[in-house]
Design a binder for this molecule. Structure first.
Ligand SMILES: Cc1cc2nc3c(=O)[nH]c(=O)nc-3n(C[C@H](O)[C@H](O)[C@H](O)COP(=O)(O)O)c2cc1C
Length: 275
């Protein structure tokens, strides 16, 4: 089963094995692709992985040394070189993870979603859109928005988002920015492009996701995403796997008609998956 081909939303995978994003720090200090980075991903592809989702690629110019970047057209040729190298491996697919983070200072200041003005939110949406246009030009097979850990989109989704406008509070409001990014991206890239979102299995903070109300909310969020053509939902558990996160991930398989990628499920759980 694991090594059998699989097709969804027009993307044919040669097997069910996916390499998940892990920041490599192999980009240049300014965020350009290097030969070492290409070597890393072509080796992974050469090992037989069906679908590689590369490390977080930053959609803004904010300082973040050695992380891959896509906030300007100057990054597209390097990323194209990377996809072309991976595509030389027969059947290999390569997706990108797009990331946006808020300001963090060495002195301890951490910007919160509550600090953002409406223009800042519009800019975040625009940054994701422009990045997506470059992604297509660079030849990637899919996009995944990084809405986990403490990334900006994750902070909007979280119950800890205490904004009082249309971007905070109710589930509908907390989902709004992801929905808006989805809508502009889908319009720009068309129906055939695989789009996905990676969300937390557990925020691991008091009052964050996984408190009982969010459990219900999350199910509702997935139902809504189901009705759009978000083609993939990914719920990391990984290092933080607990029986609770395993159970919710398992539940999502039943709920979400598009493919769900889960980490941390051992053979006992995998056998029960309806795939
Ligand atoms: C060094 C490092 C970098 C990572 N970078 C990313 C990343 O860019 N994007 C992301 O979604 N997850 C990232 N992760 C999380 C991994 O994708 C994965 O969820 C985690 O390593 C657990 O994997 P496991 O389930 O195989 O144990 C990173 C993890 C590590 C250790």
């Amino acid at each position: 089963m694991l090594f059998e081909p699989f097709e969804f939303s027009g993307m044919r995978l040669k097997n069910h094995v996916v390499s998940v994003p892990v920041v490599s720090n192999l980009a240049t200090e300014d965020g350009f692709v290097t030969d070492n980075l290409i070597d890393r991903y072509t080796r992974i592809a050469g090992g037989g992985i069906g679908w590689i989702i590369i490390e977080d690629v930053v959609v803004i110019s904010r300082k973040s040394p050695y992380n891959l970047r896509i906030w300007d057209d100057q990054f597209t040729p390097g990323l194209k070189r990377l996809t072309e190298a991976v595509h030389k491996v027969p059947g290999a697919k390569i997706g990108i993870q797009l990331g946006h983070f808020l300001k963090i200072s060495m002195k301890g200041y951490r910007q919160k979603v509550e600090d953002l003005a409406k223009e800042d939110i519009n800019q975040i949406i625009e940054d994701h859109l422009q990045a997506a246009i470059r992604v297509e030009k660079a030849g990637f097979d899919s996009i995944e928005w990084d809405a986990e850990s403490c990334m900006t989109l994750s902070q909007f989704l979280s119950l800890l988002n205490k904004r009082t406008d249309e971007y905070g509070g109710s589930l509908e409001n907390r989902l709004r920015i992801v929905m808006e990014i989805y809508e502009v991206t889908r319009k720009a890239l068309g129906k055939g492009f695989v789009l996905g979102v990676r969300i937390n299995g557990d925020d691991l903070v008091m009052g964050g996701e996984y408190t009982p109300p969010f459990y219900g909310d999350l199910n509702e969020a997935c139902c809504r995403w189901n009705r759009l053509s978000i083609n993939l939902l990914r719920r990391p558990m990984g290092r933080c796997t607990t029986s609770k996160t395993r159970r919710t991930s398992f539940g999502l398989y039943r709920l979400f008609r598009a493919p769900v990628l889960a980490q941390g499920l051992g053979p006992r759980w995998c056998k029960r998956l309806p795939c």
